[in-house]
Ligand binder design. Structure first.
Ligand code: ADP
Ligand code: MG
Length: 614
């Protein structure tokens, strides 16, 4: 996601102190933390060199809390006090949890409300927020130790389909862990950011995330530097576990079940599955039998979940109203996409090779780390500095090719400002809106961001309609401009990323030019405004003379025509003082005629009313 990345105005900034921020992938099965280390953003390993932290929390006998591998070891021994897949429970009510066909060997706290499920453990009642917080605390401690300093912020990823409650509870967990949440980021967006896809102009991206127990597919579209989620699909019960289970059944059948526990067979299946991602065939012994299994055999045994994933993929594309050929990039995420059969199926489906150069376990965390580094204010790779302010003023074109500023530069975002505009001509029913960026007064000297049209304005005399134009910049720097006619509620809207295509040098020179031309610009504005006033008056009078010729007195039309001619003569070449003076003369010469018209119209209106009243 391209953010408001700009260089500090006024030359090269002094290199700011590097501030510590991390990206965290809080996964269902595994979690990771990543941060900038020198030039690259990398996942941070624990003291054994392992980056993946199993998302499992065990509340032990002596009051200790174990997270990760040690907790995982306890999952089979003491399941009631070992919480796995807490992420599945975030933001859900107890009744919703009961409908998940996911085995949960827990005793839920009966004193809690249905909306706030909590698990009874020997360490007390633990809700999914505090379980998640335990995982986050470990990652925070790992990062602070590795980076040798206190963290100032974190970006945490969530599935694109997470609702408000699920997002809020993720935030709550982070706060409980003592993290300052800079932003929650959608997992597929993070994956796309990790591959630098956000720097492209536009494109359609599919993020294919096959994890341990869940499958998520997201179709993103990138336009003008903004990611939009076009469709999400998936299955919360489809993942690596299904491949393990199917393969374990076969193993049991082959070796005979005797003497082996369910857990042992599952473990064996999982190990062989992993080895088959590297080797064509694996030799192993199970229940003292020497056996061999090939990649092909494994693929045939486990084809069902993969076919299901591809069907979901097809449906999501249909939801996004895109065809396979319209997809520019496919990003693979999740440990299960290491399986060669998955890569082949994806490549065949889209007719192109998916992106795989970043470790599929780490890609989400890496993208979050990149985002965190930018958000905390460190210079990103391209020497840009993030500022949470509008780097240049945002405004709208008004008559006379002038720019009316609505949000001045250096306003902190998010921000919302509104201003009222009106029509220029009688009977005008549409208004062309031109969104501008820059400090100069003239449209020609500013950047054009977008154009849109508001239609459905009721026909009225010039200046009577009220059009409320609202500029809103959200925390991501995305600008929404809406125009609403206040009487009928007719509305039009557009979104644009003002930072898109804006380079540090451009901002600098735009600011410099506006200073150099400040005086000239002021004169230009008053000249153009005078010209607009003049044209408007000439138009109005021409219309009036045609509409009510009988109200003109002897010689009046000639005097008016003379004043009009004088004004027209200076329209293009005259100074603003000349224009103002001659506009005023025309106003004076035509003043009586205008007053007579006003009286006549009021009289007519009253008469009409009286007749109606009879
Ligand atoms: P989650 O997003 O649910 O936390 P992960 O992305 O960490 O899950 O994926 C975990 C899954 O990936 C497990 O089922 C694991 O067996 C599988 N996996 C990891 N490495 C490999 C590999 N080399 N070959 C096949 N499957 C793998
Ligand atoms: Mg994941």
């Amino acid at each position: 996601m391209a953010l408001l990345q700009i260089q500090e105005p006024g030359g090269k900034p002094a290199r700011p102190k590097h501030r510590l921020a991390v990206g965290i992938d809080l996964g269902t099965t595994n979690s990771l933390v990543s941060a900038r280390c020198g030039l690259k953003v990398e996942s941070l390993p624990d003291e054994t060199g392992e980056c993946l932290l199993p998302s499992i929390v065990h509340y032990a006998d002596g009051g200790q809390v174990y997270v990760g591998k040690r907790a995982k070891a306890m999952a089979l021994v003491d399941p009631a006090n070992t919480i796995v897949s807490a992420k599945r429970m975030l933001g859900k009510s107890l009744s919703e949890l009961r409908t998940l066909d996911h085995y949960m060997p827990y005793e839920f706290d009966a004193t809690r409300d249905d909306t706030a499920p909590s698990i009874m453990t020997r360490a007390g009642s633990k809700d999914p927020i505090s379980v998640s917080a335990e995982i986050l605390k470990v990652l925070k401690a790992r990062a602070e130790e590795t980076l040798n300093g206190r963290l100032e912020g974190a970006v945490i990823t969530v599935p694109a389909y997470f609702n408000d409650a699920q997002r809020q509870q993720t935030k709550d967990a982070a706060e409980e862990a003592g993290l300052n949440v800079l932003r929650l980021l959608n997992e597929p967006t993070a994956a796309a950011v990790a591959y630098g896809l956000d720097t492209a102009d536009q494109g359609n991206i599919v993020v294919f995330d096959l994890g341990g127990g869940t499958f998520d597919v997201s179709v993103l579209s990138l336009t003008r530097g903004v990611f939009e989620v076009l469709a999400t699909g998936g299955d919360t019960n489809l993942g690596g576990d299904d491949f393990d289970r199917l393969f374990a059944e076969w193993l049991k059948h082959q070796a005979g079940a005797d003497g082996l526990s369910e857990g042992e067979i599952m473990q064996c299946a999982n190990e062989i599955k992993h080895r088959l991602s590297e080797e064509e065939a694996v030799e192993f012994t199970l229940a003292s039998q020497a056996m061999t299994v090939t990649r092909e055999q494994f693929a045939a045994l486990t084809s069902e979940p993969l076919e299901r994933a591809m069907r979901i993929c097809r449906r999501s594309l249909r939801d996004a109203k895109l065809t396979n050929e319209e997809i520019d990039n496919i990003v693979l995420v999740g440990g299960s996409t290491r399986m060669p059969a998955v890569r082949v199926a994806v490549a065949e489906f889209f007719g192109r090779e998916p992106l795989t150069s970043i470790d599929p376990d780490k890609v989400v965390a890496v993208g979050a780390g990149i985002q965190a580094d930018v958000l905390i204010g460190n210079k990103s790779e391209n020497d840009f500095l993030l500022l949470d302010v509008t780097p240049l003023s945002l405004g709208i074109e008004t008559m006379g090719e002038l720019v009316e500023k609505i949000i001045p530069r250096n306003t902190t975002i998010p921000v919302s400002r509104a201003q009222e505009f009106t029509t220029f001509k009688d009977g005008q029913t549409a208004m062309a809106l031109h969104v501008m960026q820059g400090e100069r007064e003239s449209v020609a000297d500013c950047r054009s961001l977008a154009r849109f049209t508001l239609r459905g304005i009721p026909a009225m005399v010039a200046g009577a309609a009220k059009i409320r134009v609202t500029f809103q910049v959200d925390a991501d720097g995305l600008l929404s401009v809406s125009a609403e006619e206040t009487l009928t509620g007719a509305k039009a809207e557009i979104q644009v990323k003002p930072s898109y295509g804006l380079e540090a040098d451009t901002i600098k020179s735009m600011l410099q030019e506006s200073q150099e031309h400040a005086r000239e610009d002021m004169e230009l504005r008053s000249l153009r405004e005078a010209k607009v006033d003049a044209i408007q008056l000439i138009d109005a009078i021409a219309g009036a003379v045609v509409a009510d010729p009988e109200l003109l007195e002897e010689g009046e039309e000639a005097r008016i025509n003379e004043a009009v001619a004088k004004l027209i003569a200076v329209l293009d070449e005259g100074s603003s003082a000349q224009l103002t003076k001659l506009t005023q003369s025309l106003n004076e010469v035509s003043g009586d005629f205008a007053a007579r018209r006003m009286d006549a119209h009021i009289g007519r209106a009253l008469q009409g009313e009286r007749i109606d009243g009879v």
